[in-house]
Design a protein around this ligand. Sequence first.
Ligand code: FAD
Length: 333
Amino acid sequence: MSPNQSPNEIFDITIVGGGPTGLFAAFYCGMRNATCKIIDSLPELGGQLAELYPEKYIFDVGGFPKIRARDLVNQLKEQAFQYNPTVHLSERAQQLHRRDDGIFELTTDKRVHYSRAILICGGIGMFTPRPLPAENADAYEGKGLYYFLDNLDNFRGHRVLVIGGGDTALDFALMLEGVASEVTLIHRRDGFRAHEESVKKLMDSTVDVRTFVELKAIHGNGKVEKVELINNKTKEVTELEVDAIVSGLGFSASLGPINEWGLEIENNEIVVNTKMETSMPGVYAAGDVVTYPGKVKLIATGFGEAPTAVNNAKTFIDPKAKLSPGHSSSRSE
Ligand SMILES: Cc1cc2nc3c(=O)[nH]c(=O)nc-3n(C[C@H](O)[C@H](O)[C@H](O)COP(=O)(O)OP(=O)(O)OC[C@H]3O[C@@H](n4cnc5c(N)ncnc54)[C@H](O)[C@@H]3O)c2cc1C
């Protein structure tokens, strides 16, 4: 989506991170008549839901007994876009500076953004998949090697190798069962870190589970066609013909440059008070990125923290504004 406002315009609230918390915060900015801009390093909105588990069902968001992650993101976008927030995707927020006149200058890898307040909804940070240990893996990225399961149709009727023993890998394997023609899962140990229920489902499934097995090499002419697997106990090497490899080795995430903004940080999380204020006046934070006593990292808690942050930011920008927004049900259609 292309930005629809002048690049030097000063926004009321600039939100770093367009995951569920940032999207709901953007909606709330509209409710409070605050102009809003969202910046995200990913090419699409939705944060972890869109990037890590779009096809999974979520059962613990109020009002939705069951909703697919992708559908929740679409609903959040529809809700937020009622107020036309400006959205900058594929942009990494790198530096934050507050000018003498109080305006924040937020520098990304592409430009400078100007804002009266900042709301950090950066989640687990900018996340990158853990690389596969096979030497030539890089060459096959986008050519049959996947780190995200964003479209199951890409795997329909294919022979798929899934790698890993945690929740991500097991979820991937179980989602692919019935879509792919064959699913093989390899794990370097015989103990799984995934939930017991998922391990049981895996063992009862048609997935070919091979333990003490690691990926040695990938072969193919411009795309994945065959892998070499090594048994780490017997050192026996076997070949397996596959059309796709899905790495479920997890992700490493870091706040990265946000660590350098001078905010109080504890264990890679931003310390906030009950107003969602960080240690820097005018800078708020909400969602997975924050810590406070009793913090629970859930979509539902982010949905609570976002309006708290936006309503308090509104009174920071305009000290005459009321903290309480009133009821949305009083709004005319
Ligand atoms: C497999 C899996 C299943 C889950 N299931 C559930 C569930 O059933 N129920 C539940 O409540 N929770 C679940 N969660 C957790 C849930 O996804 C998170 O709590 C939620 O995504 C947090 O939302 P957020 O908006 O705070 O952060 P995120 O979703 O992490 O979004 C943060 C965004 O900020 C962006 N960002 C970070 N740093 C920068 C920067 N410097 N510049 C620009 N952009 C930046 C990132 O790219 C990202 O898009 C699950 C998580 C996983 C991995």
